[in-house]
Design a protein around this ligand. Structure first.
Ligand SMILES: C[S@@+](CC[C@H](N)C(=O)[O-])C[C@H]1O[C@@H](n2cnc3c(N)ncnc32)[C@H](O)[C@@H]1O
Length: 299
């Protein structure tokens, strides 16, 4: 107990201050979290709840993750939104326009990542996953790509910047306010001729790909929307004959928060050859994985 009190006190004192004018609340929350971690580390994962039913899909969530999300993300975000009377995404856009070089996707991506790391954590792809995504897209050299779950366009920028001449990405974000920020970031990066941001449900976009976007087959698909939709939306792509032999289907968060149905399907079906790449989620410090699956059929 004495040791834990000491560790808790040290973590409060050592909590770094990095956010200029509105760090106080974040610092406070971080300190609480660190105390909590130090305290619960004695018997690790005491509070682990397996296989919770959350939003009607199976996910593995610990109290630690929920606590982190509330104290490090939701609470500071709420406080800043109220204080500045705007949103995290608005602040991110302002920061990028102020610090990045217009027309340079790499500079825009670096500014987005810096904001995410140093100021406010968001649900966008983390840098090591972005690197993996870039690597996979570069190797596949796809012409027609689909992304489900655009958010502010971090992964879309990463994909768009790696496409060969003539390549295009159609991405969708269900929230129109966020889709608008993504369009502004993509346009600022100079990729608006390569990336189209739609504001429809992924399932509706899939139905409209052939008629409205002249897509015959997709070369690359990235799934990063609601995890419980990965499996049904992949089946929808198959049913609409939008995959060809060699289409690369990449998915994020297949372990945390988790897309168990999808994972089981791509890892066991003979329609796919799948590889898993493991990552540790920063902030939450939990294991996650991206999967890269190659479609093996001609139908
Ligand atoms: C994890 S974020 C995507 C992050 C993004 N790929 C990036 O790296 O910047 C998931 C996003 O998918 C959106 N979304 C969830 N379900 C969707 C659906 N059915 N159709 C389209 N977008 C959806 C959410 O609004 C959210 O912004």
């Amino acid at each position: 107990m004495t040791k834990h009190t000491y560790v808790c006190a040290r973590t409060v004192l050592e909590t770094p201050s990095s956010f200029e004018d509105n760090m106080t609340m974040n610092q406070f929350c971080l300190a609480i979290l660190k105390c909590y971690n130090a305290w619960t580390d004695a018997p690790p994962n005491v509070f682990f709840f397996a296989s919770q039913k959350i939003m009607s899909f199976r996910a593995y969530v610990s109290v630690k993750v929920v606590y982190t999300a509330i104290t490090q993300v939701a609470f500071p975000r709420f406080w800043r939104n109220w204080w500045y009377w705007n949103t995290t995404e608005d602040r991110l856009l302002t920061y990028v326009k102020k610090t990045a070089t217009e027309g340079e996707p790499a500079s825009v991506l670096a500014a987005v990542e810096k904001y995410n790391r140093d100021y406010e954590w968001t649900i966008m792809l983390e840098p090591d996953k972005t690197k993996k995504l870039e690597e996979v897209v570069k190797e596949a050299s796809p012409e027609v790509c689909l992304e489900m779950g655009c958010y502010i366009g971090c992964s879309a920028l990463a994909i768009g910047a790696q496409l060969p001449p003539g390549g295009r990405l159609i991405t969708t974000e269900i929230d129109p306010r966020i889709a608008d920020i993504a369009r502004q970031l993509i346009s600022f990066a100079g990729l608006d001729q390569v990336i189209t941001v739609c504001t429809v449900k992924a399932e509706d976009l899939i139905q409209a790909l052939r008629s409205d976007y002249s897509v015959d087959k997709l070369d690359f698909v990235f799934l990063d929307h609601f995890k419980q939709l990965y499996h049904p939306d992949l089946k929808r792509l198959e049913a609409n004959h939008l995959l060809r032999k060699g289409t690369v289907v990449m998915a994020d968060n297949t372990v945390m928060p988790g897309a168990p149905d999808f994972l089981e399907y791509v890892e066991t079906s003979d329609k796919y050859k799948t590889e898993r790449f493991e990552f540790t989620m920063p902030v939450f410090n939990e294991l996650d994985a991206m999967t890269v699956s190659v479609y093996t059929k001609d139908y």
